[in-house]
Design a binder for this molecule. Structure first.
Ligand code: ADP
Length: 592
């Protein structure tokens, strides 16, 4: 990605870009012209002060000035200079207001757009590193994109100012101008080298920042594990090292960014010295020389501005590229919603020869799965860990689509249905329950925002959560803490069940939802479930086989295919794989 295309994308994020950009350019041109006039007025001012006749290259202006008495001329020019400089500063301020408005818009848009796209796209960021990069894009890189936007504007205005000043220098003295240009070309070559280095340092710096963020994020999630293994010092040392890398990178970057400033001043002084040495032979006199120096001196500011903005842009380029790539990656939904309305399931779901792999080139997790899930019945899915049970649940919830084969609902490809409507008729509950740091009420309402207090209480009763909710310090208004941390595992599970129940789903998917429960709570949960599931389609992934004896159908999976299916009695009678697994579990439980 080039600087130009980055600049274009950044400007594209601004509201009314078509007006803002010409406005900034217009204000820049006007400001530079006003300043030029102000600077040029030094020529007649100095000529007036030294008592010499005013000789500007514009005869009409000379004649106009000659109309004033000599003692008024100096005052006139001084006054005009002040007016020009005041007006120029007003314009520069307006320009800066536009920049900062654009800057804040870019930050705001990047933050909200990345978040919105992440949530909507359906892409799943299971890996911590991927999540950390996205969080850092929202929290920190977005601000840098704001800075980059200002850098773009700074460059535009500075370049305009430089061009206009250069024109003015030519008007004053083309010979001196050529000399100055030659010196500047050398300076520019040196600055180019600095810019290149800054770009490289920017990339390294970003990599260090990513590593640091990823590690910090991982450690926060692993505090218990770190303590359990007594690895505190190791982790602190590791973070200290990453932080040190970030610090060094940031410092090198700042050092490089600060260079053009210093370098600009030194080279300008050298140029002035060279000019003083040559001016003796220049016939145009002291006044022109003073004006030339004044313009040249003023030119330093926009020149430095342009160069430092360029160095900054180069440093920010990798950051922008990373943020834009996240935005592109999530711009389109991973799962495209269908257009067919879904009002409820009549017959059931049929998986036909479904194959699935998580990524191109990886082994297939489901390898030609064919399965009927009748509506209104309970289907239990069992099998060893890694068999693909959770993946199957993901396909039913349409969190993912099959790589090959088809999932049909009442004979229609699931992909044809409106995704939101499909999900509206479904509840899912997994082993790792996620509760928001909000009240119990809000967490249950997450299942159906329109539910009234009666519906909430009813759901809590079914989930066997009513008693403990009432006993909480503030009842339904008790906050559950980050991820529900103030509740026990069983309580979290029952709130999650209430949340699923209040949704009143046709299809209820439970993925090892009772694993974290103790035996007594699990029995209560099973009873609750049995009551709730009447007339609904239930798909239960279960580890403890004793809990699924009552299922209408049991499907045993292994390595991505169905190896046995039937009722509990059928499978036990068959004395096959399910029977063996069941017996093994029974003996193990009896031995406990
Ligand atoms: P089960 O629920 O039966 O234990 P899963 O459906 O969770 O099985 O996993 C089946 C296989 O898919 C496993 O080998 C697992 O490592 C792999 N797998 C699960 N989730 C992902 C994922 N997000 N990315 C890549 N592979 C995955």
């Amino acid at each position: 990605m080039t600087t130009l295309s980055t600049a274009r994308r950044l400007l594209g994020l601004i509201d009314r870009e078509r007006i803002v950009l010409p406005l900034v350019i217009g204000l820049g041109v006007l400001g530079a012209l006003l300043e030029s006039v102000g600077l040029y007025l030094f020529v007649p001012l100095v000529q007036g002060l030294s008592g010499a006749p005013i000789r500007l290259p514009f005869p009409a202006v000379n004649a106009w000035i000659a109309g004033f008495p000599p003692d008024m001329r100096v005052g006139l020019f001084a006054g005009l200079i002040v007016v020009c400089i005041v007006a120029k500063n007003v314009l520069a301020y307006l320009c800066a207001v536009l920049w900062f408005s654009a800057q804040s818009q870019v930050v705001h848009k990047v933050q909200t757009r990345i978040f919105e796209q992440l949530v909507r796209s359906g892409a799943d960021y299971a890996a911590d590193s991927a999540r950390a990069t996205r969080i850092s894009a929202i929290a920190s890189e977005s601000w840098k994109l704001g800075d980059a936007t200002v850098a773009v504007f700074r460059t535009i205005v500075a370049v305009i100012t430089c061009v206009i000043f250069a024109g003015l220098l030519f008007v004053i003295s083309w010979r001196l101008t050529l000399l100055a240009l030659a010196a500047m070309a050398i300076a520019a070559a040196i600055l180019f080298a600095i810019t290149r280095t800054a770009q490289k340092v920017g990339e390294d710096s970003l990599a260090a920042l990513n590593t640091f963020g990823k590690h910090a994020w991982e450690s926060f999630n692993a505090l218990r594990t770190i303590r359990a293994f007594g690895r505190e010092s190791y982790e602190i040392e590791r973070l200290r090292r990453h932080s040190e890398d970030v610090r060094r990178g940031a410092m090198r970057q700042e050092m490089l960014w600060a260079l053009p400033w210093r370098f600009g001043e030194v080279s300008a002084t050298l140029i002035v010295a060279a000019l003083i040495l040559t001016v003796g032979r220049d016939p145009q006199g002291l006044a022109l020389f003073v004006a030339f120096l004044a313009v040249l001196y003023r030119m330093q500011a926009p020149l430095r501005e342009a160069l430092s903005a360029r160095v900054q842009m180069n440093g920010l380029q990798p950051v922008a590229a990373q943020v834009f790539s996240i935005m592109d990656e999530t711009a389109r939904p991973v799962l495209v919603s269908g257009s067919r309305a879904f009002a409820g399931m009549k017959d059931g779901i049929r998986l036909e020869n479904v194959r699935f792999r998580y990524a191109e080139g990886e082994a297939e997790v489901l390898r030609g799965l064919t399965l009927d899930i009748p509506a209104g019945k309970t289907t239990a899915i069992v099998g060893p860990s890694g068999a693909g049970k959770s993946t199957l649940i993901d396909l039913l919830a349409r969190f993912r689509d099959p790589t090959d084969g088809v999932v049909r609902v009442d004979g229609v490809d699931l992909r044809e249905f409106d995704l939101a409507q499909w999900r509206a008729h479904m509840s899912i509950m997994s082993q790792d329950v996620f509760l928001f740091d909000a009240s119990v009420r809000d967490n249950v309402l997450y299942g159906d925002a329109t539910a009234d207090d009666d519906a909430l209480s009813h759901a809590a009763r079914i989930a066997r959560a009513d008693a403990f909710i009432e006993a909480l310090p503030e009842g339904w208004n008790t906050r559950v803490g980050d991820r529900g941390g103030r509740l026990s595992g069983g309580q979290r599970q029952r709130i999650a069940l209430a949340r699923a129940v209040v949704r009143n789903p046709d299809l209820f998917l439970l993925d090892e939802a009772t694993n974290a429960l103790d035996a007594e709570t699990e029995r209560a949960f099973q009873a609750a479930l049995a009551e709730f599931s009447r007339g609904r389609t239930l798909v239960v992934v279960a580890h403890r086989l004793a809990t699924i004896e009552a299922a209408d159908q049991i499907v045993m999976m292994e390595a991505g295919v169905v190896i046995e299916s039937g009722s509990f009695a059928d499978l036990i009678g068959k004395r096959g794989r399910f029977w063996r697994l069941y017996e093994a579990q029974r003996l193990a439980t009896a031995a406990e």
